[in-house]
Ligand binder design. Structure first.
Ligand code: MYR
Length: 131
């Protein structure tokens, strides 16, 4: 059900979230307009993700429950795991530089893909429309 190409439509509190991550104001301004597009191909518990934005194009493979490394667009390295909880994808990642936890979820709401983010007490949300 997550399969498809999803284009970011709107963000909530994303600037505050990035600020909490320590991303400087110039990068945050650019990131607000990153035109993020995520293509998700799921087969069983394996996912292939194509991420495209004004920053980069990147492909990621992971298996539910199996830890993997991911580098954020600002260069921050994470390691962690996605798991499925009912209809919700739940991700728990640790920053490699300070070991702090970043959690994220993906869920389908009324035909849109909603991704939530939390880092050190700050929540954000980005909503994607199917292309
Ligand atoms: C994926 O499933 O798309 C790959 C793994 C994603 C890991 C967590 C993503 C957190 C992204 C935070 C963006 C911070 C702003 C630069």
């Amino acid at each position: 059900a997550f399969n498809g190409t999803w284009k970011v439509d709107r963000s909530e509190n994303y600037d505050k979230f990035m600020e909490q991550l320590g991303i400087n104001v110039m990068k945050r301004k650019l990131a607000e307009h990153d035109n993020l597009k995520v293509t998700i191909e799921q087969s069983g518990d394996k996912f292939h993700i194509k991420e495209s934005s004004t920053f980069r194009n990147k492909e990621i493979d992971f298996t539910l429950g199996v830890p993997f490394d991911y580098t954020m667009a600002d260069g921050t390295e994470l390691t962690g795991t996605w798991e499925m909880d009912g209809e919700v994808l739940k991700g728990k990642f640790n920053r490699k530089d300070n070991n702090k936890v970043l959690t994220t979820t993906r869920t389908l709401v009324a035909g849109e893909l909603v991704q939530s983010y939390n880092y050190e007490g700050v929540d954000a949300k980005r909503t994607f429309k199917k292309q």
